[in-house]
Design a protein around this ligand. Structure first.
Ligand SMILES: [Zn+2]
Length: 153
C-alpha cells in the first residue's frame, strides 16, 4: 500500500474510533448515506427513518440492489446521488476482487470520499478514494488471503 494511502487509512480508523458518528450522523453531515455492507437494508432504512422522524427531518430512502440509500430531502442533488451510487458500485467491485483472492472483507468505514475495509481473517487492508477514476489500494485487492477458509467459495 502506498504511504499516503496508509496514512489516510490509519487516520480514518482513528477518527472512527474517536467519534463514531454512525450512519445517521453521516446523513446529517453529508445529506445522504448508504447502508453498510452486510446490514439488512430494510431494517437500516426503518432505523434511519425513525430517527429522522424524532428529529423532524425529512428524508427519502430508496433501494439499490442489496443496499439502501437515505437522503435529506432538500440537500441531496442528482449529482450527489449519482456519486453515491458510483461509490457503492466501486465498493462492490473491490469487495468482489478481495473475495476472489480469498479475503473476507468486513464492513466499510467511511470518511467523506474515502472508504476503507479489512479482511476479517488476515487484516489485509482495502482503501478506496472516490474520484474519476477511483483510486484503490491495499493488500486486500493485490495479495491472496494467507488464511483461506476450507469452505468452497
Ligand atoms: Zn484475508
Amino acid at each position: 500500500m502506498r504511504p499516503e494511502h496508509e496514512q489516510r487509512f490509519r487516520r480514518i480508523v482513528s477518527d472512527y474510533l474517536q467519534r463514531p458518528a454512525g450512519d445517521y450522523g453521516e446523513l446529517l453531515h453529508r445529506g445522504h448515506v448508504s447502508s453498510p455492507e452486510g446490514v439488512d437494508p430494510e431494517q437500516w432504512r426503518a432505523q434511519v427513518c425513525a430517527q429522522a422522524r424524532r428529529d423532524k427531518i425529512r428524508v427519502v430512502t430508496f433501494r439499490d440492489g442489496d443496499r439502501a440509500i437515505a437522503a435529506r430531502n432538500r440537500t441531496a442533488s442528482d449529482d450527489e446521488l449519482r456519486c453515491e451510487l458510483d461509490r457503492m458500485q466501486a465498493l462492490r467491485q473491490l469487495a468482489a476482487a478481495a473475495r476472489a483472492l480469498g479475503h473476507e472483507p468486513g464492513s466499510w468505514l467511511r470518511s467523506d470520499d474515502e472508504s476503507i475495509s479489512f479482511c476479517s481473517r488476515c487484516d489485509a487492508r482495502i482503501y478506496l478514494r472516490v474520484a474519476s477514476p477511483p483510486v484503490s489500494d491495499g493488500e486486500g485487492i493485490s495479495e491472496p488471503c494467507p488464511a483461506p477458509s476450507c469452505a468452497p467459495m
